[in-house]
Design a protein. Structure first.
Length: 346
């Protein structure tokens, strides 16, 4: 008998399904494949998280070392890198980043510093009053430093204005004058306009006044009052408020529009004092207290208005910078997340 091979199935005929053990093995293989595919994103996320946590501590330590060594700019770069790393306490890197940038006292970096500290304050909503007080204090200091910079620039412009006015007056009187003041480029093409200079002086002193007002307003936020402060810290806070009030007054008095003024307020105050002294009634003390409360409330409303104007002006300047250069002002690094609040109030 000869062996005959089985017939070849016709083309297109479906292969019969495996049965029994083969079918179970195939089903198990499919389930395992889908399980691996489904859990792969979770595994990758955990892997990335592990890498972040592993890098968090050394980056934070390096940033703190740079900050303590006086290299605030490099420290800010390290703290900025951590913006995507810290998922546990994200406010800390924003705080460190903003504090380091503010310490550089660079005029453009201060915009990023304020943005970072603002963000830190928002993220620290559920933190202790002591931690929020740290952020509050440094945010106030950042605005104060910005006001100091604008005040110095206004002083320079005021000095330039005085020289220009003096030179023009001397020229008009036929007296010797410094020609370089009226012809800074030496080609006679452009003479400084005193009115434009005066407006610049006015504007920059107003900017400084608004920033000092915002800094004082932030000092009045409740966090530091709710925290456990030492008597020394309370004295420092009170001294800071008084310092900001003095700077506001200085910026206001330096404005060309207010030159030679300020007597009316003193007169009004003396008149009020005379009336209070003339009144011998027992209720006069309560009236004076109510008047003081109304004046304080009015002052706080003015501070809030000036603070709002300062923030609007900051946003306007940032937008102008972006329109010109297509980037955020400052160091170019966004505020970041980080670990450890190693930087301190300065």
């Amino acid at each position: 008998m000869t062996w005959t091979p089985p017939p070849t199935p016709p083309t297109g005929t479906r292969k019969p399904r495996p049965t029994g053990v083969a079918a179970l093995r195939a089903a198990r293989l499919r389930r395992r494949t889908w399980w691996l595919v489904g859990t792969l994103p979770v595994v990758l996320a955990l892997l990335v998280l592990g890498v972040k946590l592993a890098l968090l501590a050394p980056i934070a330590a390096t940033g703190k070392d740079r900050y303590d060594g006086g290299d605030a700019t490099t420290a800010a770069d390290y703290f900025g890198i951590q913006r995507t790393l810290n998922v546990v306490e994200p406010w800390k890197a924003h705080y460190n980043h903003g504090t380091a940038l503010a310490r550089t006292e660079d005029s453009w970096a201060l915009y990023d510093a304020i943005t970072s500290l603002d963000r830190a304050y928002d993220l620290a909503e559920n933190e202790s009053p002591e931690e929020r007080c740290m952020i509050q204090t440094n945010l106030s200091l950042a605005y104060e430093i910005q006001g100091d910079g604008d005040m110095a620039y206004a002083d320079d412009k005021a000095a330039e204005l005085a020289l220009v006015e003096e030179a023009i007056a001397a020229r008009d009187a036929g007296l010797p004058y410094d020609e370089e003041v009226l012809d800074p480029y030496g080609d006679g093409s452009e003479e400084p306009d005193p009115e434009e200079l005066r407006q610049d002086v006015q504007d920059w002193y107003e900017y400084a006044e608004q920033e000092y007002a915002t800094a004082e307003q932030i000092r009045g936020w409740p966090d530091c009052g709710e925290s456990e402060q030492t008597p020394e810290q309370e004295q420092q806070d009170e001294a800071a408020r008084q310092r900001l009030q003095d700077k506001q007054q200085q910026a206001q008095d330096s404005q060309p529009e207010n030159q030679g003024g300020g007597d009316t307020q003193e007169g009004d105050g003396s008149e009020g004092d005379e009336q209070s002294e003339a009144s011998g009634e027992e209720g006069s003390e309560g009236d004076q207290q109510s008047q003081a409360e109304r004046e304080e409330q009015q002052r706080q409303e003015e501070l809030e208005q000036q603070g709002s104007e300062a923030r609007d002006e900051q946003e306007r300047l940032e937008q102008e910078y972006r329109d010109l250069y297509g980037d955020q002002p400052g160091t170019g690094t966004d505020p970041g997340d980080g670990s450890g609040s190693g930087t301190k109030n300065w």
